[in-house]
Design a protein around this ligand. Structure first.
Ligand code: FMN
Length: 388
């Protein structure tokens, strides 16, 4: 196995192994990609306070997210088309998460279906649902998640319509992908990826085809996707979803304290401060800048998680020290998956855990559940002082 010292190493291997259209699909944000970039770079604005001569021998990164044990405060975020980054990708990522002891969240737009992932793993995972118009489909999705013993539902609220990602348009990446001569030529150079894809039967949206009314093939999927996302979504509609699912509920995609309050009012158990990894509203603040005002507004009422921009254990440490109960990583584990399958996801988790553990110790702390803002040096005005 190549030497992996940081997530960037996995990204380099991933880029070489996976067809450009899927690499670009992952490694892109909407429009100018400002938010995509700042999600990562804003973490560098926060400094860690070094402390010395404090006994660091007994350390723990163990915590809980929505009352469920986690080996560190990190979950694998829902990522659509994961099974195109590596054959059977969702199953492999879920297995790596299970072995490491962190939560895995399956996307509605996954290649492997809920039932398939449940059959090939032994611990419950979380199920992400998009807010679609079709009530029967939604009810069935929640029921299927329940039958598969999913331990939480995650409602993503920031995708009523799709933020435009230029690279996907150029590459013909839509649902389903439209293959251009250029992308076919590039795919043919990715031989190990292609051979593995040929050997799996999982190559289509497993939660949709055969489950959504009238979706039986590629062309009906295009129509369904275009018509299904619900631009009329409001908090009353989210209350209806709350009634369809009686288990733990997480609302993902909150960037404003007012929306965080609404999420508390619909009876969610946790929110994820997230701008979808910079893939939706370009020009939105980075998640790490948005975190503190949201914690001030609802931190005593609901568990607050953060995603978008997590590329290292230090990022996790900073977000948790600010007050997040846990973080979610999307691209960081997809790089690992694309690079080396399940072993690559395990590597991503190992790297992040080591960075978290070592950095926590060098800040003079030994228990992740006790870290607080005292270990951070946050620039004045980090969360912004804006004109009314
Ligand atoms: C390729 C890709 C596909 C994604 N698909 C979904 C999805 O299907 N559902 C969802 O709620 N979020 C989706 N997301 C957003 C992630 O769940 C998460 O919010 C984001 O990746 C966090 O940012 P990070 O990649 O910088 O860690 C996707 C992100 C990426 C990169």
């Amino acid at each position: 196995m190549p030497v992996i010292t940081e997530i960037e190493d996995l990204k380099r291997l991933y880029r070489r192994r996976v067809p450009k259209m899927f690499y670009d699909y992952c490694e892109s944000g909407s429009w100018s990609e400002q938010t995509f970039r700042e999600n990562v770079s804003d973490f560098d604005e926060i400094y860690l306070r070094q402390r010395v001569a404090i006994d660091m021998t007994e350390r723990s990164t163990k915590t809980q997210m929505i009352g469920q044990d986690a080996a560190m405060p990190l979950a694998l975020a829902p990522v659509g088309l994961t099974g195109m980054q590596h054959a059977d990708g969702e199953i492999l990522a879920a297995r790596a998460a299970e072995k490491f002891g962190v939560p895995f969240c399956l996307s509605t737009m996954s290649i492997c279906s809920i039932e398939d992932v449940a059959e090939h793993t032994s611990k419950p995972f979380w199920m992400q649902v998009y807010t679609l118009k079709d009530d029967d489909y939604m009810q069935r999705l929640f029921d299927r998640a329940k039958d598969a013993k999913c331990s939480a539902a995650v409602i993503t609220v920031d995708l009523q319509l799709l933020g435009q990602r230029h690279k996907d348009i150029r590459n013909g990446l839509s649902a389903p992908p439209k293959l251009t001569p250029k992308s076919v030529a590039n795919m043919m150079t990715k031989i190990p990826w292609g051979l593995e894809m040929l050997q799996t039967k999982r190559r289509f949206f497993g939660n949709i085809v055969g489950h959504a009314k009238g979706v039986t093939d590629a062309s009906s999927l295009t129509t369904w996707t275009a018509e299904s996302f619900d631009q009329a979504l409001d908090w009353d509609r989210i209350r209806q979803f709350r009634k369809m699912w009686d288990g733990p509920l997480i609302i993902k995609g909150i960037m404003d304290p007012r929306d965080a309050l609404e999420a508390c009012n619909v009876g969610a158990d946790a929110i994820v401060v997230s701008n979808h990894g910079g893939r939706q509203l370009d020009g939105a603040l980075s998640s790490i800048r948005a975190l503190a005002p949201i914690l001030d507004a609802v931190g005593d009422r609901i568990e607050v998680h953060l995603d978008s921009g997590i590329r290292s254990g230090q990022d996790v440490l900073k977000a948790v020290a600010m007050g997040a109960k846990g973080c979610w990583a999307g691209r960081a584990y997809i790089y690992g998956l694309g690079a080396m399958g399940e072993a690559g996801v395990s590597e991503a988790l190992r790297v992040i855990h080591k960075e978290l553990d070592t950095s926590m110790a060098l800040c003079g702390r030994t228990d992740i559940t006790g870290v607080d803002r005292d270990i951070l040096m946050i620039p004045k005005g980090f969360s912004g002082e804006w004109e009314e």
